[in-house]
Design a protein around this ligand. Structure first.
Ligand SMILES: Cc1cc2nc3c(=O)[nH]c(=O)nc-3n(C[C@H](O)[C@H](O)[C@H](O)COP(=O)(O)O)c2cc1C
Length: 175
């Protein structure tokens, strides 16, 4: 598939088959994270690949919005370092996109679990603490997202997008 075909076909998957992901595919997925760009090449993001069932089940409780992690075969925990770069959130977010597209290309599904909460510091800290505790992450690491991986056990319904002319403009806003 071309990159654009992968982008067009990518969806969020929230139900996974009980089928192991070959190690070679997981290596490609972490490569996608590793080779993702970062502002000023400061590499402000770090990734933890989790395959252990009990760890995945623990991480599922990070927020109420990642129930699908209980059927995922693996997860990539995406973390950021504000001490290294002011672009830590963008760096981590771009890496999430790379992982998601690579997984799609490999026939895998991804559930996106947001952890960092920009509007509620206390909630964010509670969620991030939960993850740090289990993974041995230092307190200065921010936990941006948990991406659950597995073979899709569902085909998502077609989704609504805004019309192109409500989203894409040429030369000037709303033109
Ligand atoms: C920044 C961001 C945060 C998201 N957080 C969650 C989440 O916490 N839990 C979840 O199940 N899905 C989450 N999603 C998935 C979106 O709901 C999903 O991508 C969106 O509905 C569009 O559907 P699609 O991915 O199939 O195109 C998140 C996606 C993004 C980009």
């Amino acid at each position: 598939m071309s990159v654009l075909e992968i982008i067009r076909s990518r969806r969020e998957i929230t139900s996974f088959e009980n089928k192991k992901i070959p190690g070679e595919l997981l290596e490609n997925i972490v490569d996608a994270a590793y080779y993702s760009p970062s502002g000023n090449n400061l590499n402000s993001r770090e990734f933890i690949l989790v395959q252990n069932r009990s760890t995945l089940d623990y991480l599922e409780k990070t927020t109420p919005y990642m129930k699908w992690l209980s059927t995922a075969q693996a997860a990539v925990v995406v973390t950021g370092r504000p001490d290294i770069s002011k672009y830590w959130l963008q760096d981590a977010s771009i890496a999430c996109g790379y992982v998601w597209l690579t997984a799609t290309d490999l026939g895998l599904g991804v559930g996106f679990g947001a952890v960092y909460h920009s509007e509620d510091q206390e909630e964010s800290e509670n969620r991030e603490k939960h993850v740090r505790k289990e993974l041995g992450l230092p307190d200065d690491r921010r936990v941006v997202a948990i991406l659950g991986l597995g073979y899709p056990a569902e085909k998502p319904k077609e989704k609504k997008l805004l019309k192109r002319n409500e989203t894409i403009f040429f030369e000037k806003f709303r033109q």
